[in-house]
Design a protein around this ligand. Structure first.
Ligand code: ZN
Length: 88
């Protein structure tokens, strides 16, 4: 049964994140993606193989894309990434 976006988000809120290395609390954030020029965005996860495109470097046509959130352990700095919210 496919989950809609609303239930995905509720699940994300309900999950508690703990460092898998030292069991400390993790704070929510995201990794900044620096493209060409001044455009900044958060990291994204794309399903499948990267397809080369002359225009944009990599083609995202017909791809499943997720926003990536990254948790950082406040004690040891370990990073843990989750792709929970589908963008396209
Ligand atoms: Zn830790």
């Amino acid at each position: 049964m496919p989950l809609n976006e609303e239930s995905h988000n509720q699940k994300a809120r309900a999950m508690s994140y703990q460092c898998s290395r030292c069991d400390s609390k993790m704070e929510k954030g995201f990794l900044l993606e620096k493209g060409d020029g001044a455009v900044l965005s958060s990291e994204t996860w794309v399903a499948g193989e990267p397809q080369k495109s002359m225009l944009t470097g990599v083609s995202l046509k017909n791809k499943t894309i997720f926003d990536v959130i990254t948790f950082r352990c406040i004690v040891c700095g370990y990073l843990d990434s989750y792709a929970l919210t589908q963008k396209a």
